[in-house]
Design a protein around this ligand. Structure first.
Ligand code: HAM
Length: 425
């Protein structure tokens, strides 16, 4: 028997409504903030993602790369930002370009709770402005999405990586510091001292955390302009009432960040995968993809992680839609066929059984579907040109059990009346 590949999941109908509600809430909030939706392909030339830094795990170890039938090196997208910068250089839109996006992303990671090989992101990017207020706008949008999902046990961590010079000076100081304490680091973190010293700060391993407590902080290397910029971002968050913690150890897993970086962490989730949303500014990325120098900032939130956080906080429960009417036909099925078509064309959610089931079996299915009403057609109704309407939910609740006979021609209007009444009661 075939199963989903390791680290992937089927999203079953029962779980789909909740995801769709999240995607809809995101699209609505994005539009409120003046963002338009952008869809890029699920695979791109592998070189597009090379711009994320060959050294990073995402590109070097986790990217799904394959040669297509013409031997072009392709990659399943591991994240959205590089592809959006590619789209930017291709289409040269007017500035600033504010886009939202989402869908499946792929990373060959060791699967665990909240960490998958195919996962989904919802993200937003603003390209073409370096105004720190656009950083605030991006963070505010992410914050609003998390609130819209009902999350409250979330903390925002912010940091500034400064510009290229700041990063280089900090890199130098950090490398020296780490070389002096290498033997005190957790053995698994030691190789990073040479390759990716910044990532050592991101380690969750106790020995490394203890040995790096006094490591040089990137915020101490900001120049005057970088400091002023960061100050303006923090003042903006204060002005909008968004609480945050400045975390100089905040290191993101991708290499392209300059200036503002941030993460929203759920305190209701396990520390290993508690980041529900991450983002930051990437002022050199468009250029590294062959475009004109263009500043950019954005975020992506992990849909599965966010929903796990919602589960942990018992929030954002979205029930899949149930039928409003279940058509029970104990004649030859033609009435079920025709009445379903009639109700559906009137925008009413209608469903039925197939295969000539008994009345009892059809009513059982109607009940299981949690339909509001049953529209029953037996031989008497067929002859009289009527339908028997039964209020299933009110009957189940023992409340005003009602069954009435209506003319077929009146079915839609009678159903509408009963549905309105059941919403009111
Ligand atoms: P990222 O931190 O790699 O950033 O991913 C963003 C979010 O996607 C994470 O915080 C997490 O919630 C979710 N995520 C990442 N990997 C997995 C996984 N294997 N399984 C489940 N969820 C996962 C980016 O992707 C950047 N493109 C964000 C960005 C946009 N920066 C600037 N603009």
């Amino acid at each position: 028997m075939f199963k989903t590949p390791i680290g992937t999941h089927d999203v079953l109908p029962e779980a789909s409504a909740r995801r769709a509600a999240l995607v809809a809430a995101f699209a609505e909030l994005g539009a409120t903030y003046g963002f338009g939706e952008l869809a890029t392909p699920i695979f791109e030339s592998a070189e597009v993602f090379g711009a994320l830094g060959e050294q990073t795990d995402v590109v070097g170890k986790e990217m799904y790369v394959f040669a297509d039938r013409s031997d072009r090196q392709m990659a399943l997208r591991p994240e959205g930002t590089a592809a959006i910068c590619r789209a930017f250089t291709q289409h040269r839109p007017t500035l600033p370009w504010k886009v939202t996006y989402g869908g499946p992303y792929f990373r060959y990671e060791a699967p665990q709770a909240g960490r998958f090989r195919q996962f989904h992101q919802l993200g937003a990017e603003t390209l073409g402005t370096d105004d720190p207020d656009s950083d605030v706008e991006i963070i505010a949008l992410a914050n609003d999405v998390l609130r819209a999902a009902g999350l409250s046990q979330v903390e925002l961590l912010v940091n500034s990586m400064g510009d290229h010079e700041t990063r280089a000076a900090h890199h130098e100081a950090l490398s020296q510091f780490l070389m002096a304490v290498t033997q005190q680091l957790d053995v698994d973190d030691r190789p990073k001292v040479e390759t990716l010293p910044l990532r050592v700060l991101d380690s969750k391993r106790p020995a490394t955390i203890a040995a790096t407590a006094d490591a040089p902080k990137i915020t101490d290397y900001l120049d005057e302009a970088g400091e002023a910029r960061f100050g303006r971002v923090l003042a903006g968050l204060d002005a909008l009432g968004i609480t945050y913690t400045v975390e100089p150890r905040l290191v993101r897993g991708l290499d392209y960040y300059t200036h503002t970086t941030f993460e929203f962490k759920s305190t209701a989730l396990d520390a290993a995968q508690d980041t529900v949303c991450g983002g930051g500014r990437y002022n050199g990325l468009v250029e590294s993809l062959g475009g004109p120098p263009t500043p950019g900032i954005g975020f992506a939130l992990g849909v599965e992680r966010l929903l796990l956080a919602c589960d942990a906080e018992s929030t954002f429960a979205v029930e899949p839609p149930t039928p409003q009417v279940w058509v029970v036909d104990v004649t030859d099925g033609s009435s079920a066929r025709d009445l379903c078509a009639l109700l559906r064309s009137a925008g009413i959610r209608a469903d039925r059984a197939f295969d000539g089931r008994s009345m009892r079996a059809q009513l059982k299915l109607a009940d299981r579907s949690r339909a509001e009403l049953a529209a029953i057609v037996g031989s008497d109704e067929l002859e009289a040109g009527t339908v028997t309407l039964r209020e299933l939910r009110r009957a189940a609740a023992g409340d005003g059990y009602e069954q009435r006979s209506v003319a077929r021609a009146e079915l839609v209007s009678e159903v509408r009346k009963l549905l309105t009444a059941s919403q009111v009661s």
